[in-house]
Write a protein that binds this ligand. Structure first.
Ligand code: GLA
Length: 746
């Protein structure tokens, strides 16, 4: 809700207050962003400069309160006494925007194709102006976060050129570190921490996409903050293109933060009467650590970003053909795979790349969405109806191979500059700012989508570095138009977006696709970092997470099948490996994994997520599921404790571990010490036993109070090299466990 008292504006959520006022000089000044307060409290947050600081420029001579440089501002000018970074650059002119009106309005929709949060009812509209220019700041409060955006309008009679226009600016008092998320292909969202001082910290992407190099979402936290303590702020942008964010601390201890479209080479000419809209940004705060901040961001994304009809709607367990088949398949082999996937418990069969045009490798065919009849003589009809599973299909509509009919017919449809074209994965990027290109994509994709029942689409994009500045922005706007035209009339299709994995994991894409393929890296140990990085800002229901073969295609690491499952459970589970060579014990284990996941699917996908000292946990409806994950084993390990978060101290809970299966082959020549007969570790007998037989570790079960579980329950010992007993956790490298915690009714 929003309250206005004179020139004090109060945006109130369930978990925060965002309080600002317009000062005597017409500048919107930030008073408080933190735990809820009352509007009348505003006086307590006013800063009075007294005799001021030396070296200041004053808007009103002799009045130290008129110095813009030492204030917490909501928007600042340039060349007019605020020496800090300005959110707006008007080429060739200073800016000095002053308040002209503030009112509560019904949340206005975007005028351009930029996506927007949904469910907002009212917004605060602050209008600032100077001669020839109007800047409107929109603030929309939600329960656990608020959004901000800005619209610039040329109210003069000559064109103006914007060189930069951020979505928001905020000055927060305090000392902070930044937590941001970086990486590259197969190594997305790795957490990095940087102190924010007088040297500016900048986050940016210039690849044309939000990028795996630098996710647009980031946090600011008080040094020393933990999962459960300390002030933390979260920021994100509802945008999928080049982005920029900066944070810098002033001598007076204000940390200035701003975020928006990257200004590099950005030029937006506004003719008289024309407007420019920035993407919407999200701001969130918590007083009790990273865990609380993430929970608030998750709730905002679930309720106000992902398409409403997919809000907490269970996602199917899928089988994806890519890692198992690549481009080599035919109708018979796919039907065989589908039958196997169905037997294991999968619900959806996704045919990935390779089904259209001359697409036998990644050098040809991209752009030609006609079914490859050599591989699929019965067409998609011959496949979809016979699978016995729901059907999903892969597309990569934004790019083209130069060896394709599309490129031969329309070589001018690709984004070009005056230099030789440069290729990424043998492809060029289509110019989505052109109407005919957008029409081609919409017509071709919808023709396929309407030809057979397709329940799921994987929308990929593997080519970057497309264009600079305003052209890059126009392309992103073009993409949003295409997605809107295809999927808004088909809300029942589950869209999973992908960009060489998580190269476009952002809130803009999530407004169309409720889930995103986090990474082409399906090695669970790498996924521990990737999914954990994303978990700071995005709920686990948005994570495409698959079990694949070991050794892993991305790392050559071998990991237990149980850990591959246990990590993928904390997302939308899928399987992406050749099912034919699976051993009987592996088939049984996968069947059990899928059955377990289905039993607790809503808890895994939509439960409240926490990072814990030993891994992750999710809770919902009285059930808490804890994942305990290990990387490399240490010899002679000590006791390990399971600390569960968020239980009722007085209540009693049953804790049970998920039964583990131990492959006998794991023991190698050690077997001869325990087996009654002498077994050759490389012999046929052991191979046979390993394929058909596993040691089942009985579940560890206890009943304890919530208080004890929150303090940390001691787990069974890990293997210590002193022998084998059934009840120890015999895991080796990369082992893991799942614990199910349920309330005991007395
Ligand atoms: C990208 C995706 C993969 C797969 C391939 C197909 O790399 O990230 O998941 O779809 O394209 O070419």
């Amino acid at each position: 809700m929003i309250e206005i008292q004179d020139k004090v504006f109060h945006l109130k959520g369930e978990t925060y207050s965002y309080l600002l006022c317009v000062n005597d000089f017409g500048q919107p000044e930030q008073l408080h962003f933190g735990p809820p307060v009352r509007t009348e409290d505003f006086e307590g947050f006013l800063c009075r400069p007294g005799l001021g600081w030396g070296g200041s420029l004053l808007l009103k001579s002799g009045d130290t309160a008129s110095c813009p440089d030492d204030k917490s501002l909501e928007w600042s000018g340039s060349g007019r006494g605020d020496y800090r970074e300005s959110p707006l650059e008007l080429l060739g002119s200073p800016t000095d925007l002053r308040f002209s009106s503030g009112e509560i309005v019904k949340t206005p929709p975007m005028e351009c194709s930029l996506p927007q949060s949904h469910g907002g009812e009212e917004s605060l509209k602050l209008t600032l102006s100077q001669r020839g220019l109007r800047v409107t700041l929109y603030y929309t409060p939600y329960e656990t976060a608020l959004t901000r955006r800005c619209v610039v309008e040329n109210t003069g009679d000559t064109p103006v050129t914007l060189g930069k226009c951020m979505s928001y600016l905020v000055d927060i008092p305090g000392e902070f570190c930044m937590r941001s998320f970086h990486g590259g292909w197969i190594a997305e969202a790795h957490r990095r921490d940087t102190p924010v001082g007088e040297a500016k910290v900048v986050l940016e992407s210039l690849t044309g996409a939000s990028s795996h190099r630098c996710n647009p979402g980031f946090l600011l936290y008080e040094p020393g903050a933990t999962e459960e303590a300390g002030r933390v702020f979260g920021f994100n942008l509802v945008y999928s293109g080049n982005h920029y964010a900066s944070a810098q601390r002033s001598l007076q201890g204000l940390t200035r933060v701003m975020q928006g479209i990257h200004p590099a080479n950005f030029r937006q000419v506004l003719a008289p009467g024309e407007r420019f809209e920035t993407p919407e940004a999200v701001l969130c705060c918590a007083a009790h650590g990273f865990g609380e901040l993430s929970e608030r961001m998750h709730r905002f994304v679930t309720d106000h970003i992902i398409p409403p009809c997919w809000r907490e709607r269970p996602r199917p367990v899928l089988y994806n053909s890519w890692e198992g088949c690549g481009f080599r398949f035919n109708q018979r082999s796919l039907l065989d795979l589908a039958a196997r996937a169905k037997k294991l418990g999968c619900e959806l069969f996704v045919l990935d790349d390779g089904w259209f045009g001359a697409r036998d490798n990644d050098q040809a065919g991209l752009g030609d969405y006609t079914v490859n009849r050599k591989k699929l003589p019965g067409g998609l009809e011959g496949l979809a109806g016979k699978l016995g599973l729901d059907f999903g299909l892969w597309f990569e509509p934004e790019s083209v191979n130069s060896d394709s009919d599309l490129y031969r017919a329309h070589p001018d449809w690709v984004l070009r500059d005056e230099f030789e074209p440069i290729y990424g994965r043998n492809q060029l990027h289509l110019d989505l700012s052109r109407r005919e290109v957008r029409d081609y994509i919409v017509e071709n994709v919808t023709r396929i989508l309407d030809s057979v029942p397709i329940r799921y689409v994987k929308w990929d994009m593997n080519r970057h570095s497309i264009a600079l500045g305003a052209r890059a922005h126009e392309n992103v706007l073009g993409l949003y138009q295409v997605l809107d035209r295809i999927f808004t009339p088909r809300p029942e299709i589950l869209l999973e977006s992908c960009s060489s994995g998580g190269n476009r994991f952002d809130l803009g894409m999530l407004t169309f696709s409720p889930q995103i393929w986090c990474s082409d890296d399906t090695d669970p140990i790498e996924r521990l970092s990737i999914q954990e990085g994303l978990s700071y800002l995005y709920p686990q229901s948005t994570f495409g997470a698959h079990v694949s073969a070991a050794p892993h295609a991305q790392t050559l690491r071998s990991t237990p099948l149980s850990t591959r499952g246990n990590v993928a459970f904390f997302g939308c589970l899928g399987y992406e490996l050749d099912l034919k060579p699976l051993l009987p014990v592996e088939r049984q284990e996968i069947e059990a994994q899928i059955a377990f996941y289905k039993q607790y699917r809503e808890v895994f996908q939509f439960g409240a997520f926490r990072r814990t000292p030993t891994g992750w946990q999710v809770s919902r409806g009285g059930v808490t599921l804890c994942g305990v994950f290990h990387r490399l084993v240490h010899a002679a390990p000590g006791y390990e404790r399971l600390r569960v978060w968020g239980l009722e101290p007085e209540k009693r809970y049953r804790v049970a571990s998920l039964t583990q299966c131990i492959r006998v082959g794991q023991f190698g020549s050690l077997l001869k010490h325990v087996a009654p007969v002498n077994v050759n570790p490389n012999g046929a007998l052991l191979r046979l036993a390993d394929a058909h037989y596993t040691l089942k570790v009985p579940a560890e079960e206890r009943i304890l109070s919530g208080a004890a579980l929150m303090a940390g329950m001691v787990l069974r010992p890990l293997f210590r090299g002193t022998g084998y007993e059934e009840t120890q956790r015999t895991q080796g490298d990369f082992g893991s466990d799942i614990y199910i915690v349920t309330e005991v009714c007395v």
